[in-house]
Design a protein around this ligand. Sequence first.
Ligand SMILES: [Zn+2]
Length: 271
Amino acid sequence: MNIKIPVLIAVLAANLISCQETTEQTSIPNVKAQTAPVEPKVSAYKHLKTVDFLTGNFNPAKHQDFEAIPAKLADRAGMYAHKECLIAFKKMHTAAAKEGINIVIRSAARNFDYQRSIWEAKWSGDRILSGGINAKKQIPEPLARAKEIMKYSAMPGASRHHWGTDLDFNAFENSYFEKGEGLKLFNWLEEHAISFGFGRPYIAKGEDRPNGYEEEKWHWSYLPISTELTQFAADSLTNQDLKGFSGSETASDLQVKEHYILGISNDCLWH
Ligand SMILES: [Zn+2]
């Protein structure tokens, strides 16, 4: 027995040394990490920061970052959104459904060609504007005509719907969201949407938002991506990039980038 105790002590001591060695070994990478220079944060959306993407010159059905929206979440099949926006929307949809609220996507990604078809139909008078206005007949002057259309419709190349991050819910009239089911939905979104990453760019115009489209209570934006794209637009897009459609010559005079693309709520700007 007397002989065994020193052996036991020796074994314990050896274990202690080996533990220390192990500790030292594992601590080496930490020391290195602490002393390494801080790498600048690389955006996960860097590849989306091109003027072509920003202006919707791609096909959402073929873009690797986009995914088809299941028809049960929308009023029709065939719409697309950025896949991360869609994941967040599904979570929000489930949470709302638990409270008896049904969020229905009415519009999602729209590329340049799609937006041009809306714009040119309004520009040419083929599609009547809200308030029963025939833009071509009643507003011959180009700047005034573009301004009237832009109360609710973006110029091709200048729509947040190009980005796959912006969704329209349930109805295209503010009045829908001011009573009954619509009001219940709106109040729920105002309280909870931000916790799923969604914000509302087109709040009522006023001191905080003097320029841009009229209020749209139906339009919500997935901010983790769209704030970065908005910042990229501020830095890199010019009004001359808005081209290839009837009336595009008005973009610079109307300062579409400054007043419309950046004419959004403070919550939806980068900080
Ligand atoms: Zn919209």
